[in-house]
Design a binder for this molecule. Structure first.
Ligand code: GLC
Length: 535
């Protein structure tokens, strides 16, 4: 596929595809996806037109948080395969021109990791300080008021040694101490291990929480907290989020990546922070940090209140905060969030995908969103997300967004030959890759067309962005470079809309059924988005 000529780097013209490997393709008949399964489906990624794949953690793990509790950073968990499978995956991906990003989980390990086992053993252990251990508060109880993401205190008492250890997630995910230089070195070694094997970079888990306040002060109450919000948000996270020292560690990681030279190895950061703080994770041109600090603006703000005013505010807020050298990026969902089609419906999911692929910057597509999978109601006895099982109010189970990929209409959707670890959505007989490949108007073909349009157009790759006035319910903007100008007009409502004075050549509609010149006015049908060539 041809890419328009620009001076951009590979990760700037790229589209990223996120694979949750447990749910992508099972090849050994255990109902759980694996790395050979990812290899088997690489052609789907090429056919879709993405350039890089981010694979959620496949390292050795007791799987309390499905791989986000790592017990050996330098090996593949047997559920997913072997190191040889990984090497083969990398070779097969590279042969097809696809880059591979791994999921680095530096903030915490599993409680079964040998580092923690040693740290836990006694107070005098050389690894004691690799984790965050504190004495109980003077009157007994946890050292301070910090709350875990998954509900309850962020501290667990180890009775034998009489101290508490910190965990921002499950108690089985003890937090590493990034104030200890040995920990930083150890994690850089983990990165080297995979980079030496040929990995193209990392998505880095909870990057904004690596370091904590050195004085372990209580966090103040959040006056904006209301029942229904996450328990952790009762507090303002001035002592656990975004500590200044985190940036120094990110710079070290980036320097290591840069030392590998061409082709560039990259770092995508999972960072849930407001834009003014988020954009600091780009660093500066002299001391760069993340290539792409993930921008969750659409996920956090727009998809919950899907109106043009909100979408525009998010886009323009982001654009206004980006430093001139920073490269933007957009996402609509991931393995932690309800799917986009579950949030705004499958018709608007098409409109949202048009938005994702036509805004400035690198898009990431979550597996299954290219066929508008919606996420299944998972019955209570099939829920597998442990935090969601332990405390569903603090943390609604994430299983609906993680159900098996729907490849075809055979039993278990072509994902597996046995009952999968999570139920397949009952709509798989009609909503699947094979059926959508044959349907010229499908979501799959829409996504392919959008990705192709993006990569073939200088204006979409590196053009300017400017929003334009549009009727109520419509979000419209222009992308322009050189002599190329595109109008993107998105009808976010279920009623028809008319844009006066907006003639041009419609090159793509989310309905996939119209092309050609429109004079003087542009009619948008319900739930329709269009890309119009206006110069
Ligand atoms: C990130 C991951 C999430 C995981 C958590 C703890 O937010 O995306 O799935 O549970 O970190 O590692």
């Amino acid at each position: 596929m041809s890419t328009a000529r620009t001076n951009l780097r590979w990760w700037q013209t790229a589209a990223i595809y996120q694979v949750y490997p447990r749910s992508f393709q099972d090849t050994d008949g255990d109902g759980v996806g694996d790395l050979p399964g990812v290899i088997r489906r690489l052609d789907h990624l090429c056919d879709l037109g993405v350039d890089a794949v981010w694979i959620n953690p496949f390292f050795r793990s007791p799987m309390k948080d499905f791989g986000y509790d790592v017990s050996d950073y330098c090996d593949v968990d047997p559920t997913f395969g072997t190191l040889a499978d990984f090497d083969r995956l990398l070779a097969e991906a590279h042969r097809r021109g696809l880059r591979v990003l791994l999921d680095l989980v530096p903030n915490h390990t599993s409680d079964r990791h040998p580092w923690f086992v040693e740290s836990h053993a006694d107070r005098g252990s050389p690894k004691r300080d690799w984790y965050v251990w504190r004495d109980p508060a003077p009157g007994g109880g946890p050292p301070n008021n910090w709350i875990s993401f998954f509900g309850g205190p962020a501290w667990t008492l180890d009775r034998r040694t009489g101290q508490y250890y910190l965990h921002h997630f499950l108690p089985e995910q003890p937090d590493l101490n990034y104030r200890n230089p040995e920990v930083v070195e150890a994690m850089l070694d983990v990165m080297r291990f995979w980079l030496d094997r040929g990995a193209d970079g990392f998505r880095v888990d909870v990057l904004w929480m690596l370091v904590e306040d050195p004085h372990f002060r209580d966090e103040p109450d959040n006056p904006a907290w209301r029942p229904g919000m996450r328990p952790r948000d009762r507090l303002i996270h001035c002592y656990t989020d975004d500590q200044l020292e985190t940036h120094e560690i990110v710079r070290r990681m980036r320097a290591l990546l840069d030392a590998y030279g061409e082709p560039e190895r990259i770092m995508v950061g999972e960072i849930y922070l407001p834009y003014p703080k988020l954009v600091r994770y780009y660093g500066t041109p002299q001391t760069p940090e993340c290539h792409l600090p993930y921008n969750f603006g659409l996920v956090e703000r727009a998809l919950g209140d899907w109106r043009p005013e909100v979408v525009r505010a998010v886009v323009e807020d982001y654009e206004a905060h980006l430093p001139p050298w920073a490269w933007p990026n957009w996402v609509l969902g991931n393995h932690d969030r309800p799917r986009v089609a579950a949030r705004i419906g499958s018709e608007q999911a098409r409109v949202a995908t048009m938005l994702l692929c036509t805004l400035r910057g690198t898009p990431t597509i979550y597996y299954g969103d290219e066929i508008a999978m919606t996420g299944t109601e998972v019955p209570p006895d099939r829920v597998r997300d442990l935090p969601g099982l332990r405390d569903p109010l603090a943390h609604p189970p994430r299983d609906p967004a993680r159900t098996p990929m729907q490849w075809d209409d055979s039993p278990y959707a072509g994902f597996s030959v046995v009952e999968p670890w999570l139920p397949v959505h009952p709509d798989y007989r009609t909503r699947n890759v094979a059926a959508q490949r044959d349907d010229p108007r499908s979501m799959l073909n829409l996504t392919r067309r959008l990705l192709r349009l993006r990569r073939e157009s200088v204006a979409f790759l590196e053009g300017t962005y400017r929003s334009v006035t549009a009727p109520q319910g419509v979000f419209a903007f222009v992308r322009a470079a050189d002599r190329q100008r595109w109008l993107v007009a998105l009808n976010l409502t279920g009623a028809g809309r008319r844009l006066e004075g907006e003639g041009g050549e419609v090159v793509l509609s989310t309905h996939m059924d119209r092309e050609g010149r429109e004079r003087n006015a542009l009619e948008l049908r319900p739930h329709e988005g269009v890309v119009v060539r206006i110069a």
